[in-house]
Ligand binder design. Structure first.
Ligand code: NAD
Length: 258
């Protein structure tokens, strides 16, 4: 019989990449509030301030500088999370960049950078984390995708393809790892006015207009928040979702239905 205590994550350890700010910081916060120990990883060292703020609030948060596109950094990040709290239960591959470029604008360097962070970063983190999870008797891996993974977005070509790759990674690993009680799922955010998204819009000179247009296009009358995405992540991380693996959960207020 399920009960609400199955949402609790006390005693679990989570690692969230790209958690210095934006959606990743909101995911880390929800995991902490449900009792998990959380390691925040990011190339942005402001993650240390974020972790310190939560430590002062009595939560067990740590920060490690890590570039997910570099295998040595990823190995160090996973080892740190395992050692800090005695093992890793939850891995959230959230770090990502979303620069705009269509086919004609996408050169090889640009393509490689987007793939290295958004797709290779997740594969490296899974590869580093899975042996420990197998030893521990299970785990939950959550990849942060995008609506663009399945709908396509020619104006952000490399980004959309990197997120499509995350769906394929999710399904392949879920099939291979179910026997070890490791669940692998994907959460697709709709449109969140995160730090990164606001900076991207501002650099294109379209912040005010685009945000207004975005809200008008939202069937439920508002954009999504990082907390909306985090709610889906903590559900999937919890024992409540113990039989859910290989799935995609879209949190977009219905925008993808249009
Ligand atoms: P954000 O830019 O606000 O935050 C992303 C974080 O990732 C930053 O702290 C950044 O420093 C970090 N990061 C970037 N490259 C890194 C690297 N190589 N190694 C480690 N950390 C790195 O962006 P966000 O909107 O919070 O996006 C989080 C995730 O959600 C991304 O994967 C993004 O693609 C996805 N997403 C966002 C939206 C949206 O509307 N904001 C929509 C769909 C999907």
């Amino acid at each position: 019989m399920n009960d609400a205590s199955m949402f609790q994550l006390a005693g679990k350890t989570a690692l969230v990449t790209g958690a210095a700010k934006g959606i990743g910081a909101d995911i880390a916060e929800q995991l902490l509030r449900l009792g998990a120990n959380v390691v925040l990883a990011d190339v942005d060292d402001r993650g240390e301030e974020t972790a310190e703020r939560w430590r002062q609030g009595g939560y067990t948060a740590r920060f490690i500088h890590s570039d997910v596109s570099k295998s040595a950094d990823v190995a160090r990040m996973v080892a740190y999370a395992e050692e800090a709290f005695g093992g890793l239960d939850i891995l959230v591959n959230n770090a990502g960049i979303f620069p705009r470029a269509d086919l004609s604008e996408t050169d090889e360097t640009f393509w490689n950078r987007v793939m290295d962070i958004n797709l290779k970063g997740a594969y490296l983190a899974c590869q580093a984390a899975v042996p420990g999870m197998i030893q521990r008797g299970g785990g939950s891996i959550i990849n942060i995708g995008s609506l663009h993974a399945t709908k396509g977005a020619p104006e952000t070509l490399a980004y959309a393809i990197s997120k499509g790759g995350l769906v394929t990674l999710t399904r392949n690993l879920a099939g291979a790892l179910a026997v070890h009680k490791i669940r692998v799922n994907c959460v697709h955010p709709g449109w969140v006015a995160s730090d990164g998204e606001l900076a991207r819009l501002a650099s294109n000179g379209e912040d005010g207009d685009s945000l207004e247009q975005a809200v008008r296009r939202m069937p439920m009358g508002r954009m999504q928040t990082g907390a909306d995405i985090a709610a889906a992540v903590v559900f999937i991380a919890s024992a409540m979702a113990g039989q859910i693996t290989g799935q995609q959960l879209t949190v977009d207020g219905g925008i993808g239905l249009r």
